[in-house]
Ligand binder design. Structure first.
Ligand code: GAP
Length: 516
């Protein structure tokens, strides 16, 4: 099945099974804004907890905060967001559609890369096991010509973005005959800068009100609290401050479901270090964060680092952790060595010292910062995209049946256990209810007695419930139940008393944290 079809089905599945709904859907929705349903919110809470505990519980020198969304307007002047948090936009005069100029070019590059990949695959099929991909890429004229165009284009794009050269961005689009995906025309406007911050007024009267911004990242709430936390927590460098919270960006092109939203949540950690040690810490956090991702068991080959060659003016190293989504490898998390830029800027704009006295060195300095920054919603999409599975099952009569399941890691699954009486009589519902009432203190359990047992299993598979317990007539005799495993569909008979131990071990986030 084409990957776009998989993605389309995944989005429909999220809606059908109470994971994600379009915001204000009865009014036809609001572009790039989404609500989480009854299962979505549980999955989101579990991902958040996995992140939070891995930072704050596992590290003696990392503490958490929860800063306000509204901040003093000068924060955003100091951080550079008022002047430079812009995307270059371009309109197509025929379709009236608006695009990010750099993205139009990147998508063009992607198409050329796909062309190269197709050539490579064709050759692989032709030559079989004797195929040497490296040699083929280095010698095939068609591949070499396309690759050279890709390299030129990437160089031109990086330079234009670095120098904020809007005319050059437009020229790249014209030179490469990039057309509007909707109208198919090349009738482009000039490229203009567009600031991504949402703003509103604070104060009740026009004269007394001031323009404030909805934060576009949570990190600044950490920077401005650096001294508060360091002093009250008597923190010694190196130390980190973690935060999870909403961020807002008026994205020009908001697409791919919850991949790029206008209101989203970030999980960020700023790690304050001695100047000169930041690149060691950058490597350290790269390793730690990659391990956090791969511990979920979605396959190491589906992740990669994308080291930035073009660095923001305040960074001396940066990388993205990318995951292979159905629409290709894309960023899930950024790890940035941000030097002392932010604290220095806040020192300058606020007039307050942002220095730290290092007792071991006997001197004061502005700490350097290594940041790890991951979107909670994007991580949600990554998890659910990795978990979504369509499985063909052979029935006894030889016909095929389709099973849709979410292979969620048990510790992230919204419902851990569904408890089902085989029939709604003979005392079976009462036993099932008693099990739910006992186990609900330990994990999220669901009582389910509607439809046939087969349909109930399928419903729980679609939600991603790792364990189903069935109460049958034998239960009345000997206190045993069947436990059915979502992924293998195997069943085993166990005593009711052992349920808590069997399930707790597998669904605890603690067990996952121990793998890190
Ligand atoms: N403080 C650094 C920072 O905000 P970023 O690369 O702009 O860096 C970090 O964002 C992460 O936040 C991204 O890797 C992504 O997971 C998430 N993110 C950014 N913009 C987003 C959006 N519009 N919708 C959903 N997630 C977003």
């Amino acid at each position: 099945m084409a990957q776009e079809d998989v993605f389309r089905k995944l989005v429909a599945h999220c809606k059908e099974y109470g994971y994600v709904f379009p915001s204000s859907e009865i009014y036809d929705g609001l572009s790039a804004v989404y609500d989480y349903g009854q299962y979505g919110v549980e999955l989101k809470n579990n991902i958040r907890k996995y992140w939070w505990d891995s930072m704050v519980l596992l590290n003696d020198n990392i503490v958490g905060i929860d800063s306000a969304i509204f901040m003093h307007p000068s924060v955003w002047k100091a951080s550079g967001h008022v002047d430079a948090f812009n995307d270059p936009l371009i309109d197509n005069r025929d379709s009236k559609k608006r695009y990010r100029a750099d993205m139009l070019i990147e998508e063009h590059v992607l198409k050329m890369e796909e062309k190269v990949a197709r050539e490579v695959e064709k050759a692989r099929e032709r030559f079989g096991t004797a195929f040497d991909e490296k040699k083929f890429r280095e010698t095939n004229q068609c591949v070499l010509a396309t690759q050279s165009k890709i390299d030129d284009l990437n160089r031109r794009l990086a330079k234009a973005m670095n120098e904020t050269d809007l005319a050059e961005l437009r020229q790249i689009i014209i030179d490469n005959e990039i057309v509007c995906p909707v109208s198919g025309s090349r009738n482009w406007t000039d490229v203009r800068q567009f600031n991504l911050m949402f703003s509103t007024e604070m104060g009740s009267t026009l004269e007394g009100s001031s323009r404030i911004y909805l934060r576009p990242e949570t990190a600044q709430g950490i920077f401005v609290n650096f001294h508060n936390v360091q002093k009250t927590g008597r923190m010694k460098i190196p130390f980190g401050i973690a935060q999870v919270g909403k961020a807002f960006r008026n994205e020009i092109v908001a697409r791919q479901f919850i991949f790029r939203m206008r209101e989203f949540e970030q999980m960020e950690m700023q790690f304050f270090v001695r100047p000169g040690t930041e690149l060691d810490w950058f490597r350290h956090w790269k390793d730690i964060r990659m391990r956090w991702h791969t511990a979920l068991g979605f396959g190491e080959a589906n992740y990669r680092f994308h080291d930035h060659t073009k660095l923001a003016h305040y960074a001396n190293a940066a990388t993205d952790i990318e995951y292979r989504f159905p629409f290709g490898f894309r960023e899930v998390e950024g790890i940035h060595s941000r030097t002392d830029y932010d604290l220095k800027q806040h020192q300058q704009y606020s007039g307050k010292k942002m220095q730290y006295f290092d007792p071991e060195k006997g001197e004061s300095y502005i700490p350097f910062v290594v940041e790890t920054s991951i979107g909670l919603d994007r991580m949600f999409l990554q998890v659910i995209a990795a978990a979504y599975t369509e499985e063909e099952l052979r029935k006894e009569d030889g016909s095929a049946d389709m099973r849709i399941l979410l292979r969620l890691p048990a510790c992230l699954a919204p419902v851990k256990l569904a408890v089902m009486p085989l029939v709604k009589k003979d005392g079976l519902p009462e036993i099932a209810e008693k099990i739910v009432h006992t186990l609900r203190f330990d994990f999220n359990c669901q009582y389910d007695d509607k439809d046939s047992i087969g349909r109930r299993y399928r419903r729980q598979d679609a939600i991603g419930t790792p364990y189903c317990i069935t109460i049958d007539h034998q239960t009345v005799e000997d206190d045993t139940v069947t436990i059915r495993y979502r992924d293998s569909m195997e069943q085993e008979r166990v005593n009711i008393r052992s349920l808590k131990d069997i399930i707790s071990e597998k669904v605890s986030i603690g067990a996952l944290l121990k793998k890190l």
